[in-house]
Design a protein around this ligand. Structure first.
Ligand SMILES: Nc1nc2c(ncn2[C@@H]2O[C@H](COP(=O)(O)OP(=O)(O)OP(=O)(O)O)[C@@H](O)[C@H]2O)c(=O)[nH]1
Ligand SMILES: [Mg+2]
Length: 423
């Protein structure tokens, strides 16, 4: 079953967020770390079909059992399911869907990680609304720790152009925080489907094509700047080429039966999917990439919901195409979180110290009163903490206004400098 995270409101003619389903899904796992695997790309290019293979991997639980599944001839008639993937001319996926089952992996250093899989509607195709495409792409990419970007046939400069918003946002994050070590975005894997232009298949061949496209794009100053920002904004950029799955796609009852797909497609699937579902950049063993914020702090399910909420607000204010608004929203969350973490640490110290004072104070023996006295002291502390917490929130709201003003000022200064430099 899939749940809506973003869908079209037909009456209002625009997309809207649904946070309730996500919050309910993640409620039992709030404190656990999260990993989010999402996909975007043009309409009708087999995105949902590929995400169903990601789901199959997560069900298998490891690269070994996924390989075993693919190689076992007894599985020839096994199907894949999850997101709706059908043969029709009309677009199928609407907005952004979440698969209703979440998977749990054990990271060897960080412990339990909850894995969420998203699927998105087609974007940047003929007849699609450009602003809506940008919004869907931004939401999908900003929410994911591993983002697949589906392309059909060949990779062109245009595919890199679609990353311009993120390149500007990433550049802004780094320019505003020159001394910090930051990674604005995590993993991005281009997947070139129906590759037929030579016989080089898989991750190595695809990544060479990506590097070549970046080099071609760098022949103008503007293109070189775009490529440089893309390279520095993402923690990992890779690409894979894949063949067409074969004539099986025309079978009415085709639902991913292994035995019917061409061998070459199956081989690239066996390489790509474990790569997408494993963080090869650390020693996690076999855990998908944990979602981090731009400061590289691991995010919990609770942090994730907060990030979705923040994006919803930016989207509803009509500012999702603006790197400045994204920056201001992200900095607000990061300041709020840092303050809350610090506050919670202080609260723990304060409580411990208070109980130490209480326990060590000389008291007349009155065991029947002890319980009530402890209860009163505990309630009094909770009250003080809550008062302090809401005072902090008020201060934070004031800080936000000042911060927005500072951002606006920075943007104005940048615009002014650019204008002067152009003279
Ligand atoms: N040409 C091609 N078709 C594929 C591939 N993989 C799956 N398909 C088929 O393409 C059709 C559409 O697949 P979907 O998974 O629904 O595609 P989608 O990109 O999610 O489509 P939208 O949600 O409408 O944007 C189905 O008939 C799939 O079987 C592929 O690698 N190449
Ligand atoms: Mg789809």
């Amino acid at each position: 079953m899939v749940l809506d995270l973003v869908s079209h409101n037909e009456e209002e003619g625009k997309i809207e967020f649904h946070l309730d389903a996500l919050s309910e899904l993640l409620e039992p796992h709030k404190e656990k770390l999260i990993s989010v695997i999402s996909i975007s790309g043009a309409f009708r290019t087999g995105k949902s079909f590929l995400q169903n293979w990601v789901l199959k991997y997560l069900e298998c639980g490891s690269a070994e059992s996924f390989s075993e599944f693919l190689q076992n001839e007894e599985n020839a008639e096994e199907t894949v399911s999850g997101f709706k993937s059908i043969r029709t001319r009309e677009p199928v996926t609407d907005g952004i869907d979440i698969f209703s089952e979440i998977f749990e992996f054990e990271h060897s250093v960080h412990g339990a990680v909850v894995v969420v899989v998203l699927d998105t509607q087609g974007i940047f195709s003929m007849n699609s609304d450009y602003s809506e495409s940008v919004a869907i792409f931004a939401i999908s990419l900003l929410l994911s720790s591993m983002q697949l970007y589906n392309i059909r046939g060949n990779m062109t400069r245009n595919d890199l152009e679609h990353l311009r918003l993120f390149a500007s946002f990433g550049k802004m994050i780094m320019e505003m925080n020159p001394t910090a070590e930051l990674t604005p975005f995590q993993h991005l894997a281009f997947v070139i489907r129906d590759w037929d232009l030579d016989d080089e298949l898989g991750l190595e061949a695809g990544t060479n094509i990506l590097l070549q496209t970046m080099q071609d794009c760098s022949d103008s100053e503007e293109g070189a700047e775009l490529v440089q920002s893309i390279k520095t904004s993402f923690k990992k950029l890779i690409c894979s080429t894949m063949r067409h799955p074969g004539s099986c796609l025309r079978d009415e009852d085709f639902e991913g039966q292994l035995g019917r797909m061409d061998d070459e497609f199956r081989t690239t699937l066996e390489e790509l999917i474990p790569y997408v579902c494993n963080d090869s950049t650390d020693d996690s063993g076999s855990c998908p990439v944990i979602k981090t914020d731009p400061m590289e702090n691991n995010m919990t399910c609770d942090d994730f919901i907060e990030q979705v909420n923040m994006l919803k607000e930016v989207f509803e204010s009509g500012q999702i195409e603006s790197p400045e608004s994204l920056y201001s929203a992200y900095s607000k969350v990061s300041h709020g979180k840092a303050k809350m973490d610090e506050f919670d640490d202080k609260v723990k110290c304060y409580q411990k110290e208070t109980w130490n004072i209480y326990d060590s104070a000389p008291k007349l023996e009155a065991s029947e009163m002890e319980e009530e006295l402890r209860k009163n002291l505990s309630e009094r502390m909770e009250e003080d903490i809550e008062n302090q917490r809401s005072e902090n929130l008020n201060r934070e709201a004031l800080f936000d206004k000042t911060w927005q003003a500072r951002c606006a000022c920075f943007v104005a200064t940048c615009a002014c400098c650019t204008a002067c430099a152009c003279k």
